[in-house]
Every structure is written in structure tokens, then in C-alpha cells.
Write a protein that binds this ligand. Sequence first.
Ligand SMILES: NC(=O)c1ccc[n+]([C@@H]2O[C@H](COP(=O)([O-])OP(=O)(O)OC[C@H]3O[C@@H](n4cnc5c(N)ncnc54)[C@H](OP(=O)(O)O)[C@@H]3O)[C@@H](O)[C@H]2O)c1
Length: 274
Amino acid sequence: MTRRPVAVVTGTTSGIGCQLARRLAHAGYHVVSVNRRAGPGDDARLADLTDTAHLAHTAHAIARDYPCVDLLVNNAALMLGDYRYTADGVEAHFAVNTLAPFVLMQALRASLARAGNGRIVNLVSAVIYEADTRASEIDQLARPTQPFVPVFGPYARSKRALAALGLALQAAYAKDDIRVCGFDPGSCRTPMTLGRGMPWRLLLRHFVRMRTPDAAARELVTMLGAGGPPAGIVSDGRWLAPPPLLDAGYQQDVLALCRAQAVALLPMPIPAAG
Ligand SMILES: NC(=O)c1ccc[n+]([C@@H]2O[C@H](COP(=O)([O-])OP(=O)(O)OC[C@H]3O[C@@H](n4cnc5c(N)ncnc54)[C@H](OP(=O)(O)O)[C@@H]3O)[C@@H](O)[C@H]2O)c1
């Protein structure tokens, strides 16, 4: 009897994640959803991604219950109208958009390896290509000191860090036959882009060109069905060279920051990367 593939997807309560859960289930996946409130999925697990320790417990429970995980989609994210801090004192964009995917990637690594040809898809964004070469960017992730800037401030930084994290882990994970892809879904009409974090001028400029969240979900599920997406960064349906800021030094800095945060915040160790 063939095993039903298992997909772990975060943030299935709205937008792209909701459509993705539906399409993956239709494509034959057993979908394990991770949300802070009830959401679609064959197996709904609760975790607020701002609570890193609780997330780690949930991730370990999933790893225990699913020895084989074929796909992890780190979809859940925040784009706020100001800085916000978690109970641990970590800036929320970094906690949800970067650190939570790191915890899930690490905690589910063995299950992804056991599945053979495991895939990790991290939802990134075209904002990672916007010019911002401040060398101090790494210091602004967990405890920022610079004034808040919508979209191109903490949101863009957290997504660049997530893309860098994927690139940093790629070689080590490839040894376990796991591919890590940063997938940019394009501009989609969702609660995130219609929310407080989106300035009006950007919304007006992008609104007519925005796609439906289902179009993005369909693109990703079609890629998965065709054996993709490839390791690296996929934007606008094609593989793109990472932006210059995401060089090897920056990748290692982000990895070191996430490891340090995990050690500081988690009650139990998660397997070391590399
Ligand atoms: N929409 C776009 O144009 C666009 C463009 C580029 C990249 N992306 C990326 O695509 C992904 C999906 O975005 P979307 O537009 O579909 O956003 P969305 O509709 O706002 O959905 C975000 C999801 O993340 C969940 N989430 C947020 N904070 C959470 C927390 N603390 N704990 C647990 N879950 C949490 C939300 O849950 P709640 O319902 O509980 O809030 C929701 O399920 C994101 O990674 C985003 O950065 C989107």
C-alpha cells in the first residue's frame, strides 16, 4: 500500500495558506496545519508562532506523530503597521516570519529526511530584492532600533532573513535529500495586503495587478506535482539568483542569530543544523 504524503503547512486560516491546504488535500496530501486558531487541515495543530517555546513543543509533537513528512510549507507571516514585541521581547516580524520557520525546519528535519525527497517551501517576497544594503541589518532583526518603515522595514528584513536561512541550510539539508526553496507567491489580494501593514499608495499601485491567493497556491502545487520547486529562490514562476545582500556571510549571520535565539528561548534543544 502506498503511503499518503504528509504536508505540514503553517497559517491555513486565510489567504494563500488556506487555498494551499485545500489544493494539497485535493492533490492527495494529508495536511497537518499549524495555526493559532482552528483552521483547515486533516490534522489541525494549535500554536501561536510568537510563542517560540510552545511552537517547539508543537513541532516536536508533529515529528513524533509523523515519522515521515514529505513537505513543510512555512507560509504563516505577519506584516504589521508598527513594531510589536513577543512575550520573550523579540520583534514579532522576526519571531513569526524567520524564527518560527527555523524551529519547524530543524524540528522536522529528521521526518523530512525519512520521507526521502523531502521539500521545504518558505514563503518569501519580492521585497527581498529591494535595495537595502545596510551592513547593520542583522542587528535590526530581533531587537530593532531604527524607526519603523512599513513593508520595507521589519517585514522585508524578516523575509530577507528567511530567504538567507533557506540558502544557509540548503547544503546541509541536501545531504538528507531535502530541498529548501524560498517561494515568492507574487502580489496577492489577501488579509495581509489589505491590512494595516500595507500603505495606501502601495495598495493603490498594486491592487489592479494583484492575483488571487488561489492563483499562487495553484502555481506552487503545480510546481510540486512537476517535481519542483528547485532549491534556491523562485519568483514569478522561475528560479532567480539571490539578491547580493544574501551573500554567504549574511546567511551564516542569520543562521547564528536563529540558533542563539533558539538556545535562549527553547526549553529543549532542537537538532543542530549542518
Ligand atoms: N499576499 C501577498 O501579496 C504576498 C506577497 C509576497 C509574499 N507573501 C507571503 O505569503 C504568505 C501568506 O501570506 P498571505 O498574504 O496569505 O497572508 P494572510 O492572509 O495574512 O495569512 C497569514 C497567515 O499567517 C497566520 N499567522 C499570522 N501570525 C501568526 C501567529 N502569530 N501564529 C500563527 N499563525 C499566524 C495567520 O493566522 P491568523 O488568521 O490567525 O491571523 C494566517 O493564517 C506570507 O508568508 C507572506 O509573507 C504574500
